[in-house]
Design a protein around this ligand. Sequence first.
Ligand code: HEM
Length: 236
Amino acid sequence: MQYCFMSHGCDAPVLLDDTTNFIGEKTDSANNNSLTGFDVVDTTKSQVENVCPVVGPSWPLLLGRRDSTTANLSVANSDLPSPALNLSGLISAFSNKGFTAQELVVLSGSHKIGEAKCRVIRQRIYHDANIDPSYATSLKSNCPSNGGDDNLAPLDVTTPTYFDNAYYTTLLSKKGLLHSDQLLFNGGSTDFQVGAYSSDSASFLTDFANAMVKMGNLSPLTGTSGQIRENCRKVN
Ligand code: HEM
């Protein structure tokens, strides 16, 4: 998401290190000490047609994507949704990029895999009312009220390395890890969509793949715009 959601679009500004000309996006409040994997991206990615290799849905990646020659911390700060937003804030953040509330729900299903830092979930596990009490207790053992800020918890309590629609089932039982996850099933307008995806794996996987293709089409640089970076971290 961080690769596409800023106003630049899908041109990988987040990979650039700070320079004398700009402060990059790695220190954005949502990315700092959080987003990782900067060193493993294949520099030929923009030219190679590929299919997502992990277990789960797959979708074709379009050809000819090029890399930005700049990055912008203030844009990153304003465009990436915070996990502390309320539901209408999340819906607006996605709407600003042309995504429906249904697409917010389906793309959030990405939180079936991966981890979150203690500092990101502390407010939720100590103060939110809409969290299963035993789940909150189990999380507190590795996320004390003070310290341990970088300790990790799996985004999904069931099978955090397997991609399926179980994310939505966990929301039904108030076991969403992020505040923003649980808001998708909290008595509001997106409840019905969470319920639908929890019981219909096929439509979740199809809608997820389509929404990923749509996200990948957020203002990519093509033709002679931008460049193909020789080193992902630096402009050529
Ligand atoms: C609804 C808006 C979203 C919010 C508020 C949000 C927020 C977050 C936060 C706070 C984390 C944990 C970061 C950390 O503690 O290090 C995270 C992790 C993650 N997010 Fe999101 N996210 C959103 C939507 C998305 C979307 C649309 C995708 C992709 C389609 C996505 C993919 C991921 C992945 C894969 C991780 C795990 C990263 C890892 O384990 O290294 N997120 N997200």
